[in-house]
Write a protein that binds this ligand. Structure first.
Ligand SMILES: [Zn+2]
Length: 104
């Protein structure tokens, strides 16, 4: 009990915004830069005719290149991700986005 809630607030920084945020981590297919974006589950989602929600985002890296990474996520009615597509890059995990140590 409470474990998942604790995890959620941990990842979201503990704010009340966290419950309505879904973070997406990608890696640019051209330069390899890691990019993240926040999806606001209250404002960014569009309802689908067949049920659930869909959101599209375009991510652009900060400086190295201007490649656009297009992502589309599909959520069910309970805001769980049930599908995702990406062009121009790859999805990565939060751990891959922010490696704690990368010494070689
Ligand atoms: Zn890039």
């Amino acid at each position: 009990m409470g474990f998942l809630d604790g995890m959620k607030s941990l990842f979201a920084g503990g704010g009340s915004e966290g419950a309505y945020s879904h973070w997406v981590y990608v890696r640019c297919g051209r330069c390899g830069e890691a990019i993240k974006t926040r999806i606001d589950l209250r404002n960014d989602l569009s309802q689908r005719d067949e049920g659930g929600y869909v959101v599209s985002k375009t991510l652009v890296g900060s400086e190295r290149c201007f490649e656009r990474v297009e992502v589309q996520l599909i959520f069910d009615e309970k805001h769980r991700v049930i599908g995702q597509e990406i062009t121009g890059g790859d999805f990565v995990t939060a751990e891959e986005y922010e490696p704690s140590s990368d010494t070689r």
